[in-house]
Every structure is written in C-alpha cells, then in structure tokens.
Design a protein around this ligand. Structure first.
Ligand SMILES: [Zn+2]
Ligand SMILES: [Zn+2]
Length: 569
C-alpha cells in the first residue's frame, strides 16, 4: 500500500477512455523483481520483468518473482515487455511469464542478449520474440510510441523509456547514473529529456531510488581504470585475478586495458563471464587485441606477471568461481601464495557476510586481497542525490513516483523531490501492488492488485509462505516425530509410542527425554481414547500437544512435532 505520507485522492470520474494506469508489480520496497505494467485502454505494456535473489530467511528458495495474478488475468492484452537493461533484477522473470503467454521483448542488443540465456535454459525461446532497438529509436509498440533514450549504468545498452501516452509523457529512468566520462562515451541523454520537458512536458517521472540516501555524485566508471592500472603496475611479477559482475563489460574493458598495458594475457573463469566476454567482443562493446584473450588452460605456461584472470563470484555466492577459489576447490585454477585477488565490486546488501567469508578464506591462502573497502576498484552504477536532483531539474515532471529501491530509499527520493519544490501532493511513494491512474484531472491511486512475493524452488513456482514457515521452524528448532498405533473399537493404545527426532538434540540426553516424552504421549493418548467420539484427528492432536508441551517445558525449544496415528479396526 502507499505510505501514509502520500496523498490519497478518489479516482476521477469520466475521461476513462484515455486514462493511463501504472500497476507496480515489483521493485518498490525491495531491490529486485522490478516489474511495472502500463495499461492504456485495454492494452498493456510491461516495463521490465525481473527476479529478486532470496533473503537469508527464505530457505531453499532459488529466486523470488513478481506475482503475475493480475497480469495473467489480462494476458491477451500484453503488447510487449520493454527492457530498461539486461540485469537479472529486470529480465530474470521473463521465463516464468513466458511459460504462460507468448511475449515480444523490446530492448537494446545487449539487454536482449543478457535476457536470452535464462529463457533458453528453460526451453521457452519459442515463446519469446526479441526485438532489438537502437539508441533514441522511437517505435510504435501496441497503442503508443516508445522512445529508448541512452543512459549510463553498470551494464552497456541501458535505456530510459519515454512513453508517449494519451495522458502525456511518462518517463521511466531505468537504472541509471549520470556519468559524464563513461567508458563507452555513451552518456545519459539529458538533452532529449530536457527537450521533451520544454516542449510536450513530462507528466510523470518514475526514477531509480537505489542511491537516494547518498549525497553528491557517483564517481565515473572511468575513474576505476587508473586504480586498476596502478595495482597491475605495482605487482609486475604476480598473478592477478579480478572478480566483477559478469555483465559489467565496462569494468571488464578496463581490466583488459590494464592487462594489455602491463603485458598480461586475459582468461575468464566462470560460465557467465566467458559467455559475456564472447558476447561483448561480438557486439563490439568490448575491445581487446586478438592475442590478449586466451584459454584458462594456457595460463600455466605463462610467467605469473603475464597472467590476468577475470572471474565471477564478486558477491560471495556459495557455488561461484571466486568462493571455490578461496576454498581451494576450484578445479580450473588453484590460488597460490603471492597471487593478487582484486574484488572489483561492492557487496549488495545482504551479501556482506558471504563476501567477508571469501575475503577471510583468501587471506588464509596467503593471497593479497584488494577490495573496494580500501582501493578505488569499484563505483556504483546508480545515481546519487546530486544526479537524481539534476534529472528532476531537467525533466520538470508534473508528478513523481520513486521506484527501484527499499522503502527508505524511495522516501528519501520523494523528500528530495519536495526539497526541489515539487508539491507534496504531486509526489507519491508507492509500494508493490499499488495502482496509479493518470488522467486529465491528475494522478490518483486505484484499487491495489496482488503483489506478494512468489517463491521459486527448482521447478516449483509459488512454493508458498506456509512452506517457508515450516522450513524456518525445521532449520531453527528441528523436528520430532511421534507414531502411535491405536484400536478405536477397544479404545486401546497398541504398543508404546515411537519417537524419532532430527535437528533437535542428540545423544543420551535426547534418548532420555524421548523416553519420558513417550510416557506423556501414552498417558494423553489413553485419555483421548476414552473420550466419546475419539477419532484419528483427536488422537493426533492429543499426541502432538502432550509431546510439544513436554519438550517445550524441558528444553525451552519448540521443534516441529509431527504426530502419526495408525488406526486398526
Ligand atoms: Zn536494477
Ligand atoms: Zn541494473
């Protein structure tokens, strides 16, 4: 729901033919599963369709995706998915939607190329048509014209989207920063945004809130290059292994430049890194001398000072190349004392623990670790307050909704807009599931739509909150299973209760407790059998309650108690 500080106005009457709705299906209140639907008349354009990586308490969950309930009820109306860029938090859920409905996906060549493998892995490519768009292309998609404006971000080919709707222009910033010296020379197109603002006017701005709490400007990506070169120069006789995001071609370009400058060959480690280097070279987004990129196997023949490896795993992911390297269990490469490892990334919130463990393990192996905590080997891909306010100044929107962020990021972004003179009534802090309606009378909230977290575990979509609750109890407290056999006719307990426990206590202590717990169950079940109408459910309840109470009193723990009652007749 929208926050109390937002202005709730009744939806205006009339003018429904040209009313434009924006339905936020994800990304507002979390970093991830970015997805918004724009409904114009009875047609729908989707902006991004991403996944969120699970939080530590989402046990066994692979990814979290948007709730598609509202969308699937209208699946025949979807004219396309517009990609702001290729990161997984914007593209990773297309495969789950494509299993229900055929989709046409519009984005830059890089955005499409990054979105493709996940869909291909799921054998759903035949349900998705990719349409590559050029920078500044204006294209009719469904009921409206869409312009794709270049933006700088931590992946090439990012776009802000200009939607020319019957209610005026909606500008979606996508993930962006205002990098005046980007590695590829492709700047955020403030000029076109300003032109639109001063001619047609921008009705509604949706803008990236990730760094809305951070003052000043995000440093230019090109400022990382000199730091990398300095480290390469300072270690002329040591192997250098650098990890960064596999889609961050601008960072990879600067690593390659530093390697070429210091006479090193470059090999990749990790499947996505290898795939994206090949992709970058093919799309001419990455440039290297023909002899620079070599296979990892050939590195053994080179002197240490000639070696540079670019690896995945900058986020401490359990099975990533860097984590395995740190543990000494990567079968393609073994770290040695004196190797230099550069972590050219910053942990995403939630990943700090995993990254810290990797850094510790790297130290244990005697390697020299360089990370963003003490060297300028990483900059963010998201705009800070200085850039966010500049975007607002250039676009002069009538209405503003912060998107892409934790709730606090969006609140700070909204406050920034108000500091810049926007009327508080024209700034709306929304959350997942909120619906806003843009009409000639203004912007108003509509009835919210379902937007719960949808958990994916293996091939099972929508594992459900109850399953996760059970997993948490099992992980925290363990499970105790009690089996009893009863004869309902003679109202007798047959034999003694069998009790098994896992993940609870162990050894003699547990055996003694379980023996006494069994006596409690015998007593409770015998009493329950004597009650009128005693049945299986009643016996189960009595066994569960007796054992649960006993275990709770003795251990102050609440394991899951699973009663099994066998009824003989
Ligand atoms: Zn993002
Ligand atoms: Zn991004």
């Amino acid at each position: 729901m929208a926050s109390p500080k937002t202005t709730r106005r009744p939806a205006p009457q009339g003018d429904t033919a040209t009313e434009v709705k924006v339905v936020f299906l994800g990304g507002l209140g979390e970093i991830g599963r970015n997805c918004a639907a724009v409904e114009i008349g009875d047609r729908i354009l989707l902006i991004d369709c991403g996944v969120m990586f699970p939080e530590p308490d989402m046990l066994g969950v692979d990814v979290v995706i948007p709730d598609f309930t509202w969308l699937l009820e209208r699946k025949d109306k979807i004219d396309g998915v517009l990609l702001t860029h290729g990161h997984e938090d914007h593209t990773g859920a297309i495969r789950y939607l494509a299993s229900h409905v055929d989709l046409t996906v519009y984005g830059s060549a890089m955005s499409c190329a990054l979105a493709r493998p996940r869909i291909e892995d799921a054998h759903l490519l035949r349900h998705v048509t990719f349409v590559e768009v050029a920078d500044n292309e204006r294209r009719r998609i469904g009921p409206i014209d869409v312009e794709f404006l270049p933006t700088s971000h931590s992946v090439p080919g990012a776009h802000a989207l200009v939607l020319h709707t019957p209610q005026g222009i909606i500008l979606h910033s996508g993930d962006f920063k205002i990098d005046q010296t980007p590695v590829d020379g492709r700047r955020t197109d403030l000029a076109r945004m300003g032109e639109l603002a001063s001619t047609e006017g921008i009705r509604l701005l949706l803008s990236d809130s990730t760094n809305a709490e951070e003052p000043g400007w995000t440093a230019s990506e090109s400022s990382v290059g000199p730091a990398l070169k300095a480290i390469f120069r300072e270690h002329p006789d040591q192997r250098i292994i650098v990890s960064c995001f596999a889609s961050h071609l601008h960072r990879m370009q600067q690593i390659i430049n530093a390697a070429e400058l210091t006479g090193r060959k470059v090999a990749t480690l990790g499947r996505s890194m290898q795939r994206n280097v090949e992709l970058g070279l093919k799309l001419k987004l990455l440039h290297a001398r023909p002899e620079t990129i070599v296979k990892l196997e050939t590195m053994d023949k080179l002197a240490p000072g000639k070696v540079c490896v670019i690896s995945t795993g900058s986020q401490g992911e359990v099975t990533s190349a860097m984590t395995l390297l740190a543990k000494g269990s990567n079968r393609f490469l073994t770290l040695e004392v004196n190797d230099v490892v550069i972590l050219s990334a910053h942990p995403i919130p939630g990943n700090e623990f995993g990254v810290g463990r990797v850094i510790d393990d790297l130290h244990r192996r005697g390697v020299e670790v360089v990370h963003s905590g003490h060297h300028h080997v990483h900059v963010s891909g998201h705009a800070r307050r200085g850039e966010l306010s500049l975007l607002m100044q250039v676009t002069k929107p009538e209405f503003f909704i912060p998107v892409h962020g934790e709730f606090r990021h969006m609140v700070h972004h909204a406050e920034l807009a108000e500091q810049m003179g926007m009327a508080p009534s024209n700034v709306l802090v929304c959350e997942d599931g909120d619906v806003v309606k843009l009409s000639s009378t203004g912007l108003a909230l509509g009835a919210p739509v379902p937007a719960a977290y949808t958990y994916v575990d293996g091939n099972v979509v929508d594992v459900g909150g109850a399953v996760l609750h059970d997993r948490r109890v099992l992980a925290d407290e363990g499970v105790v299973i009690v089996a009893v056999s009863v004869d309902l006719k003679s109202k007798k307990l047959l034999g003694t209760p069998l009790i098994e426990a896992k993940g609870w206590l162990h050894g003699d202590e547990m055996d003694q407790l379980l023996a006494r717990g069994g006596a409690e169950v015998t007593k409770a079940v015998s009493e329950a059998l004597r009650e009128d109408g005693a049945n299986q459910a009643l016996i189960e309840k009595a066994a569960k309650r007796a054992l649960g109470r006993y275990v709770g009193e003795k251990t102050r723990k609440k394991p899951m108690v699973l009663p099994v009652v066998l009824v003989s007749s």
